[in-house]
Structure formats: structure tokens, C-alpha cells
Ligand binder design. Structure first.
Ligand code: SF4
Length: 240
């Protein structure tokens, strides 16, 4: 099962807190009126310039083990090694907001509109995260629709560069998935082009497989501990 999906940017535009959360501002802090107006402009620009497109594909668990192994640079053991053998379905995905957003951010910095450029960058990062949840939901819907997973199953995405999966793992992921089809390529340093892109794996199973004991060696150096928040809200077709 392989699908390419294009969605309207309007469906993934972040709200003000979503944008400011990517700037390091305290959640739900009240910004100055000028900042609030700039956030609105940034979101408006994002809606105008984003071209969200994604590709996802189901792969066999044994094949995912090879993708996860990457070039042998992972921290091991790591949480994903523990989760994926318990997953019932496994997929790979890549998504992008397209080149136009990146060009607009660059143009704002070039013309000295740094605050707006910075906020557009933050808005795009927030939108990419929202888009990832849409893609995960579409994958889950597809496997449930063909009876390959029960409707009460949940799904979460895991990306190279996080939780001990080394960023060079993207090379094997790209070889297997081929996201060039939607215009994403990988640079020598494993930076994706366009920049506002996300790639990773989607693991489907009972909600408890996503609950991670953050006691791995990679957790000591982890700055955000995002596993706690994510495990509490995996993508589900039915509210739990
Ligand atoms: S603490 Fe960080 S590295 Fe450890 S499981 Fe959570 S998100 Fe991953």
C-alpha cells in the first residue's frame, strides 16, 4: 500500500499558541499586540505559500528492522527498537510543505524582515508537525479500512534524529521510500530539501506500545522529552 496525498494548507495552519510554541515562548503566554499581529501575518503567508504533499507506504516489520538499523550509528538500545517489534503494522512516510515557503522565509530575511521571517519559520514548523499527524491518521485509516488493523488501534510517527535513531538513518529510509516522487531530496549531511519536510516511520498497535520508559541512554541528552506528551495522545480513529 503506497499513497501520495496532497492537502489544503488551511487544514494544517497552526493557531497563535502553536506558532509561539516553536519560538521558545512560554505556552499560552500573552504576546505584545505587535507580535500577535505579526503571528497573524505569518500564518496568512503560510496559507498562501505552503503546498503540503506527503507519501506513505506500508512495509513488512522485518524490512523496517533493516531500515531502522540504518548505517549502524544508532544509540542502542533505544525506544524505537523496543516499540517496533510490538507494532502490528509499520509504514514509512515523508512530507513537505514545499519550496515556496522556504523561499518566502529566505526572502523575508534578505529584506531585513527578521521578526516576520522568524515567525513564518516557526509557523511552518508547527504546520509540518500538524501535517505529520494528518499523514499518520491517513495511514491508520488505510490499514483499518482493509482489515489489517482493528479500529481501536493507535498510531504514532518516529523520525531519524530522535530517540536514538541516528539522523543518517534517513539515507536507508529514503532509499526504501523514494520521496523524490514528491520533490524531497536528502543532502550529504542528511538535511532534507525543501527544509520544511519531515520523514519517519509510522507504528500501529495498541496505545500502550507507544508508552516509553524514558530510561535509555539517549534520554539523558534529550532536551524536550516529547515522548511524554505524544504517548498521551497517539493518533486514534476512535476517541479513547
Ligand atoms: S526522553 Fe527523549 S529520547 Fe527518551 S524516549 Fe523520550 S523523547 Fe525519546
Amino acid at each position: 500500500m503506497r499513497e501520495v496525498c496532497r492537502i489544503s494548507p488551511d487544514s494544517i495552519l497552526p493557531d497563535r499558541d502553536g506558532v509561539l510554541g516553536h519560538t521558545g515562548m512560554a505556552p499560552r503566554a500573552e504576546p505584545a499586540a505587535g507580535v500577535a499581529r505579526l503571528v497573524e501575518r505569518a500564518v496568512e503567508l503560510l496559507g498562501r505559500h505552503a503546498r503540503p504533499v506527503a507519501v506513505f507506504e506500508e512495509i513488512a516489520p522485518s524490512e523496517f528492522a533493516q531500515v531502522l538499523e540504518g548505517e549502524g550509528s544508532n544509540v542502542s538500545p533505544n525506544p524505537i527498537e523496543a516499540i517496533h517489534p510490538r507494532a502490528e503494522r509499520t509504514g514509512l512516510f515523508a512530507l513537505t510543505l514545499g519550496r515556496e515557503v522556504q523561499d518566502e522565509i529566505g526572502a523575508l530575511f534578505e529584506t531585513g524582515e527578521f521578526p516576520l521571517g522568524y515567525l513564518l519559520d516557526a509557523a511552518a514548523s508547527a504546520a509540518a508537525g500538524r501535517f505529520a499527524r494528518v499523514v499518520v491518521a491517513r495511514f491508520l485509516e488505510a490499514v483499518v479500512a482493509r482489515g489489517a488493523a482493528a479500529p481501536d488501534r493507535t498510531a504514532l510517527d518516529y523520525s531519524p534524529g530522535y530517540c536514538g535513531w541516528h539522523v543518517t538513518g534517513q539515507r536507508r529510509l529514503f532509499e526504501r521510500l523514494g520521496p523524490g516522487e514528491i520533490g524531497i531530496s536528502l543532502g550529504e549531511s542528511c538535511l532534507m530539501d525543501p527544509l520544511k519536510s519531515v520523514s519517519g516511520a509510522i507504528l500501529v498497535g495498541p496505545a500502550e506500545i507507544h508508552r516509553i520508559e524514558a530510561a535509555y541512554s539517549c534520554c539523558a541528552a534529550c532536551s524536550d522529552h516529547h515522548c511524554r506528551e505524544r504517548a498521551g495522545r497517539p493518533v486514534a480513529l476512535r476517541p479513547s
